[in-house]
Design a protein around this ligand. Structure first.
Ligand code: AMP
Length: 409
């Protein structure tokens, strides 16, 4: 399929051709016609699949086809959880509209409202916003949402995890009742489905990547390790194994800072992202990493979610997530577009249960690295689990005989 076949305006076609997009991605092929048909939809597409353009291009098309007296009034609203993602979506929109007279802007917290208000006063057609700043500006009557035709909720699961449920409901309420809603969510926990059921109107489901299937080009390795040795293992991998750029996930902001200090002390050039850092510092860190000035980025899930960091050589899960879908989502940062990627997961004794639920989700045992200097001496963690069923036994046997160094857990 071509973009032309998707019935997009020639000004849009020109912009995307200049960006080097030859053909639509799967999510674009599926989503664009539905958005153009004015349907509500719920999509499980993740970052990296081209989902931003999947909603941005048809929204622009709809706006161009209905350019009328409502010029420079906000007609499309995209709500996103973080400042970085908000800026990234705005940049995407900007790159698709240079040959139109549409205007786009982004509003988010952490910086002064004044410049944002000035831009809003001049009038915009498309607004990208984080929920808190959006509602603040609305309460102060600095923006009006009565002309909204399309509302996008991006990374809905993360917004709910961050406690934005009431804010989202408020936003839905202050937009006109007759509107199109597009909900994107990397994972589909019950709370997202419940939200969708209450706010969407007969939505169509677009499922792109099954959460339970990491790309085949990703090599996964599990390291059993005492908690206090994780930093040493990380340094060991950086010295001996990992070549290229790496994203290291930590569960907490404190953990991110602690690891950053340790790596800096050991002479590594490293940047980090988490919610307590100022917008300026976060953007600077992201730019340095994206421009390859620094090859190690440490981040919490929240800070890194939805950010388009492509072509990662490796991902380290320094702390294992308690939500198994997050494991799949994190390793999906590497091995994109059929590139080879490496995903290393560190498991301390207290995280053993997480491995169990992750393996259940991906329906596969993660190969265990048996030969590293810090392997846990704790016998229980390395004991073979007594699994029923032939599938796992088979896997263990063949893998062990193929590669002595690794053992299936
Ligand atoms: P997203 O999933 O929206 O974060 O997009 C991931 C990356 O894919 C971004 O850098 C986009 O610019 C790029 N992209 C989106 N659509 C296409 C396409 N049809 N062809 C090539 N690259 C694309």
């Amino acid at each position: 399929m071509t973009f032309k076949e998707l019935q997009l305006n020639k000004t849009i076609l020109r912009a995307i051709s200049e960006k080097g997009y030859d053909e639509p991605t799967l999510v674009q092929e599926k989503t664009i016609p539905l958005v153009l048909a004015n349907l509500d939809l719920i999509s499980s597409a993740q970052t990296g699949t081209g989902k931003t353009a999947a909603f941005a291009l048809p929204i622009i098309q709809l706006l161009l086809s209905k350019q009328d007296a409502k010029k420079k009034k906000i007609k499309a609203l995209i709500v996103s959880p973080t400042r970085e993602l908000t800026l990234q979506i705005k940049e995407n929109f900007q790159s698709y509209i240079p040959y139109t007279n549409l205007r786009v802007t982004a509003v988010f917290g952490g910086i002064s409202m004044t410049p944002q208000i000035d831009i809003l006063k001049r009038g915009v057609d498309i607004l990208i916003a984080t929920p808190g700043r959006l509602l603040d500006l609305f309460k102060q009557k600095k923006l009006y949402l009565d002309n909204i035709q399309t509302l996008v909720l991006d990374e809905a699961d993360l917004m709910l995890d961050m406690g934005f449920i009431n804010d989202i409901k408020k936003v839905v309420k202050i937009c006109p009742p007759k509107k199109q809603i597009l909900l994107f969510s990397a994972t589909m926990p019950q709370k997202v489905i419940d939200l969708a059921n209450t706010i969407l109107n007969e939505p169509v489901t677009v499922e792109i990547t099954a959460q339970s299937s990491p790309a085949k080009t990703i090599t996964q390795l599990l390291y059993y390790i005492p908690k206090q040795k994780k930093t040493e293992l990380c340094l060991h991998l950086l010295r001996n194994t990992i070549k290229g750029n790496v994203l290291i996930f930590r569960r907490t902001k404190f953990g991110v800072d602690k690891l950053e200090k340790a790596l800096l002390k050991n002479g590594y050039n490293v940047v980090s992202l988490h919610g307590d850092k100022s917008q300026y510092i976060r953007q600077e860190a992201l730019d340095k990493f994206k421009n390859n000035e620094v090859n190690i980025l440490i981040a919490t899930d929240v800070a890194s979610r939805g950010i388009d960091i492509n072509n990662l050589d490796a991902v380290i899960q320094f702390d294992l997530p308690n939500i198994p879908e997050t494991y799949v989502h994190r390793i999906g940062r590497t091995g994109r577009a059929n590139n080879i990627g490496n995903a290393y997961a560190f498991c301390s004794p207290d995280e053993k249960l997480y491995v169990k639920i992750i393996q259940k989700l991906i329906n596969k045992a993660i190969p265990v690295e048996m030969e590293h200097p810090y392997i846990t001496k704790e016998k229980s963690i390395l004991d073979k689990p007594k699994r029923k069923g032939s599938k796992h036994k088979k896997g263990r046997k063949s893998a062990a005989s193929k590669k002595k160094k690794k053992r299936w857990y």
